[in-house]
Design a protein around this ligand. Structure first.
Ligand SMILES: [Zn+2]
Ligand SMILES: [Zn+2]
Length: 169
């Protein structure tokens, strides 16, 4: 279940809808994201991280990324590469109907942290489209009522936040 925020700019009148988290298509999104990581579409560092271990996976939850330098923000599927915390026993852990060894990879890491331990091999830090610096993921998890503070991409004013939470999918 994903969640969303509606933002409004009081200065220029624009509305922005931000969808975060995971939807129904999540497992296939993860597979596609991992395939793109391995093709090098997210850069050499993540590609190497994905090739460094037998069983790797991604989270692929939609996250909000903000550039500290210029305030630009965007939503991306998290392509951070995860590996098994316990490389000895992890491959035989059940992941849904099959073991991770049978899958050949970690289908996805969201929501499985308690049963199967994961660790981040390489964090996804997308480059800012405006200034080229690395962007940071903003934690906006489902247990938190806090709405991330964002600037209007159109005029730079601070957006009105917390208008409502929308659940999608
Ligand atoms: Zn504005
Ligand atoms: Zn920037």
């Amino acid at each position: 279940m994903g969640r969303g925020f509606n933002y409004h700019c009081d200065n220029c009148g624009k509305d922005y809808r931000v969808r975060l988290g995971v939807g129904m298509a999540h497992p296939s999104t993860c597979e596609e994201t991992l395939a793109r990581v391995k093709e090098g579409k997210y850069g050499q560092d993540l590609k190497e991280a994905a090739e460094s271990e037998t069983y790797v996976g991604v989270d692929a939850a939609l996250k909000l990324y903000v550039c500290d330098a210029c305030g630009h923000w965007d939503v991306y599927a998290d392509a951070s590469v995860y590996g098994l915390a316990d490389k000895e026993r992890g491959p035989s852990a059940m992941f849904g109907t099959r073991t991770i060894e049978e899958w050949g990879f970690i289908p996805y890491t969201t929501g499985w942290e308690d049963e199967i331990g994961f660790r981040v091999i390489k964090e996804f830090r997308p480059p800012c489209e405006k200034c080229g610096r690395e962007m940071q993921a903003i934690e906006a998890d489902e247990d938190s009522d806090e709405t991330p503070v964002l600037k209007c991409p159109n005029c730079g004013s601070e957006l009105s936040t917390g208008v409502m939470n929308v659940l999608w999918d």
